[in-house]
Design a protein around this ligand. Structure first.
Ligand code: AMP
Length: 444
């Protein structure tokens, strides 16, 4: 604990940290906590898995515990904005664990569930409020939340917030915050949009950058398995039959794909659940809870649903589909190497994904070893790749054409239904021309 003692946190916090079993601060904690305790603004470049939640939670708790001002109705003293409901719940859980017995109340606000509980909570006020932007803006505009007492503002996963289109909501929130406050911005990447936002938000911030993404990747035992598309499900079952896999996170490109994988695994008596955007909040929470509790061996997820959620015990990440953008690969496999642990990642690669694999390897500057030791290994020759690409393109074109047909049919039937209105319309230029021609014809 000696390294934690140096951080100048209060005794209750140190006890809570000890109870978590942490032996030393992670790099972001060691670097961020001291300036934050002095009240400085912070720009943290760090991804999830680095211990960043604690890095901002501990100084906030320390401050609120020191100055026990009562939080008034509709108010909060610290606001944490985060992109997804899962992250919001997880951060709230973290705050509650670290501040146990200190009389600090942490609450969470997100969409996809009824508002009433959140309104009731805000009637009393909430010391630490963790929220997703959309629902927060709703409740703000309905007059249930004000920021008169706000002292600390944290913008978490800023790059992802922007990717998810939250910028307008974020700006609405920021416009209502008191000018005098401590602000922290965390982001895994630092594109120009984020550095612009950081400049406008932060006052002479301390900059802390930890664990460049590629370093995390290096600790993970990565392999790629070449396979035909039709054999992927068999390969997944074969892979999951390995007894060393205690809990696996399987990534699917689409929500339907995720559901299909779960159905197939269940048929083979492999316990599996899915989380993705089409699932109701309750179902997502239940799935995560079952997976975290070890009731279920496999969690199948899409990128959006899985990013940021903290699942401690993932031993394997399996990419059933390679991601379209190389950066997602890093976020995916990072789920198996949380806070210093090593992990295993296995990627399935069909002929049409060879291009995606190359992009990933270029991005991580590492050639992922091919594991040929399985029943479904194939060599993707250039001809095969070209043939599969062609099939894929044709299937895509057919899909688009079918969609267009459905749309046209729908439009036609709508037009037919509103036919009486249409007949009242003036004839179009073309119709006029036809009429004139007809008239001319009849004259001849
Ligand atoms: P985060 O980056 O906040 O998503 O944290 C990722 C994981 O790191 C969580 O499971 C935390 O419980 C864990 N963690 C946070 N701080 C430490 C620490 N000092 N030592 C070991 N694990 C930690």
């Amino acid at each position: 604990m000696s390294e934690f003692n140096k951080l100048n946190l209060n005794n209750d916090l140190l006890k809570a940290i000890k109870a978590k079993g942490y032996t030393s601060p992670t790099p972001i904690q060691a670097e961020a906590v001291p300036p934050l305790l002095k009240g400085k603004d912070l720009l943290g470049i760090a991804q999830t898995g680095t211990g960043k939640t604690a890095a901002f939670a501990w100084p906030i708790i320390n401050k609120l515990a020191k100055d026990k001002t009562k939080t008034k109705p509709k108010n909060c003293r610290a606001l944490i904005l985060t992109p997804t409901r899962e992250l919001a719940s997880q951060i709230c859980e973290n705050f509650r664990t670290y501040s146990k017995g200190m009389g600090i109340f942490s609450g969470v606000i997100f969409g996809g569930v009824g508002k009433q509980g959140q309104i009731t909570m805000m009637k009393k006020g909430c010391d630490v409020l963790i929220a997703t932007p959309g629902r927060l803006v709703d409740l703000m505009s309905e007059g249930f939340i004000t920021f008169d007492q706000l002292e600390i503002f944290v913008l978490d996963e800023a790059d992802r917030m922007l990717d998810m289109g939250f910028i307008h909501d974020i700006k609405k929130v920021i416009a209502l915050l008191p000018k005098k406050r401590q602000t922290m911005l965390f982001s895994a990447t630092m594109p120009s949009s984020i550095s612009g936002l950081a400049k406008s938000l932060l006052d002479n911030p301390t900059r802390v950058e930890v664990t460049p993404e590629n370093t995390t990747v290096e600790k993970i035992d990565q392999t790629v398995l070449m396979v035909e598309k039709k054999n992927k499900m068999h390969l997944l079952k074969e892979t999951l039959s390995d007894a060393t896999i205690k809990s696996a996170l399987v990534f699917s490109r689409t929500k339907h794909g995720a559901d299909r994988i779960v159905r197939e695994l269940l048929k083979s008596e492999i316990s599996a659940v899915a989380i993705h955007g089409n699932k109701a909040q309750g179902a997502r929470e239940r799935a995560l809870k079952d997976f975290k509790a070890g009731k279920c061996k496999v969690l199948v997820a899409t990128d959006i649903a899985a990013r940021g959620i903290d699942i401690d015990r993932v031993t394997h990440v399996i990419n059933f589909n390679l991601p379209e953008d190389a950066e997602s690969y890093v976020h995916r496999i990072g789920r198996t190497a949380r806070a210093g642990r090593d992990g295993v990642s296995v990627s399935f690669c069909e002929a049409t994904e060879v291009k995606l694999l190359k992009n990933v390897e270029k991005f991580i500057k590492y050639k992922i070893p091919v594991n040929t030791d399985h029943d479904f290994h194939v060599v993707h020759t250039k001809e095969e790749i070209a043939a599969q690409e062609k099939l894929k393109k044709e299937a895509k074109a057919k899909h688009l054409a079918d969609r267009q047909k459905v749309r046209t049919k729908k439009r036609n039937s709508q037009n037919a239904r509103s036919g009486s209105i249409r007949t009242k319309k003036a004839p179009s230029k073309n119709t006029k021309k036809k009429v004139t021609k007809k008239k001319r014809g009849s004259r001849r």
